[in-house]
Design a protein around this ligand. Structure first.
Ligand code: SF4
Length: 378
């Protein structure tokens, strides 16, 4: 069953000219407050209201002087996004929000709730998947977002407010969000500063552990080089999809510019620097990249490193010539990788009935067929 449930937690739209308060780092917030003639600690009080309370306006920040509340309202928007629609999967475990930006475009964010397993193991947990761009310039061949082309990067506030939308909701309906994955629309490492600005706020203002934040990349090497040096050692997920350069280039055109050898070298450097296991996402496409030979080639590429292979059954998308691998092919691929001693899981399918694959919902709500536009390849 699909239910559209607009939330009351998302603030209403405010004038376009004002930047969202969530665009500011904690340091900038303290600086703004002192420039407005108030002590620095007021910045931390504001952050506590914005990031750890359910309030939806500056006026509700009851421990701030009225003059400061008014000054903030004159200079900033409280929220960057307005909720267009929200859909809940029939099992209730996946919620997908279509969120409207001030310039009128739509982005998608997804909340995934994982219950305790039937055998009683595993903890209940909630994870939010956020978008970092409107559309995506990488243009992976099997991706609905790739089909729609690229419009623009999101700002830090626009990324943060996606996480806050579900964080606020989940505080009232536990389990509270503890994990954020930057795996929605867009290539996060192309939009590096805004993405890592959101990471900093999630750690320093919301209080999430940096090990609970995962940044996904299709292999944008300039961003990976910066990530290797970054003080926030997030989890790294790399969209691999093939152990073969020629095939990977057809699936992820970015591979032409940054082929597997250079991509993997950067992965191992990140691992050496951070001590973090690297996750490789591998979307299984029927008859394309799901053969036993490719499973063995994949093992050969990664077996000497601490990695996790996450096999993702393809979520079929209209307009795209790819289908989901047969269950026997998934099981065989999984078996080969696992029996070679590599940690390998098959991602549970979630939210298929609400078009949870990234880009699908936006395309439908925009009511237009996707187009191929600017691409990052060379
Ligand atoms: S899979 Fe990710 S990187 Fe590739 S086109 Fe889609 S959003 Fe962009």
């Amino acid at each position: 069953m699909i239910a559209s449930t607009p939330s009351t937690a998302t603030p209403a739209a405010t004038p376009v000219a004002l930047a969202p308060i969530t665009d500011l780092s904690l340091t900038s917030l303290r600086q703004v407050v002192t420039e407005l003639g108030h002590p620095e600690y007021r910045g931390d009080q504001i952050a506590a209201w914005v990031y750890r309370s359910p309030v939806g306006s500056f006026d509700e920040m009851s421990n701030l002087p009225k003059s400061l509340r008014q000054a903030l309202a004159d200079r900033f928007r409280f929220g960057a996004l307005a909720l267009e629609a929200e859909f809940v999967s029939s099992d209730g475990e996946t919620r997908k929000a279509a969120l409207r930006l001030v310039d009128g475009d739509l982005i998608e964010s997804v909340l995934m709730r994982y219950p305790t397993r039937d055998d009683g193991t595993g903890a209940e947990r909630s994870t939010v998947c956020v978008s970092t761009q409107v559309g995506c310039p990488v243009k992976c061949a099997f991706c609905a977002t790739g089909l729609m082309g690229f419009t623009r990067n999101l700002g830090t506030g626009e990324i943060m407010d996606q996480a806050l939308h579900f964080l606020r909701w989940s505080r009232a309906v536990p389990p509270t969000v503890r994990n954020v994955v930057f795996m929605g629309m867009g290539e996060p490492l192309i939009n590096y500063d805004a993405t890592m600005g959101a990471v900093a706020l999630l750690v320093d203002a919301v209080g999430l552990g940096v090990h609970r934040l995962t940044v996904s990349t299709a292999g944008w090497l300039p961003g990976m080089s910066r990530l290797i040096e970054d003080k926030y050692a997030v989890r790294l997920a790399v969209s691999l999809h093939s152990p073969d350069d020629a095939l990977r280039t057809t699936l992820v055109p970015l591979n032409k510019r940054f082929p597997l050898a250079t991509l993997l070298e950067a992965c191992w450097e990140y691992q050496a620097r951070t001590g973090r296991r690297v996750t490789f996402e591998y979307t299984l496409l029927d008859g394309v990249n799901d053969t036993p030979a490719l499973a063995r080639d994949l093992v050969a590429l990664v077996r000497r490193h601490d990695v996790h292979i996450n096999l993702i059954p393809m979520n079929p998308v209209a307009y795209l010539p790819f289908g989901a691998s047969r269950p026997e092919a998934v099981e065989e691929f999984h078996r080969i990788v696992r029996e070679a001693g590599v940690i390998c899981t098959v991602r549970r399918e979630m939210g298929r009935d609400i078009r949870a694959a990234c880009g699908q919902l936006r395309t439908e709500l925009q009511g237009r067929e996707p187009v191929r536009a600017s691409t990052v390849t060379a």
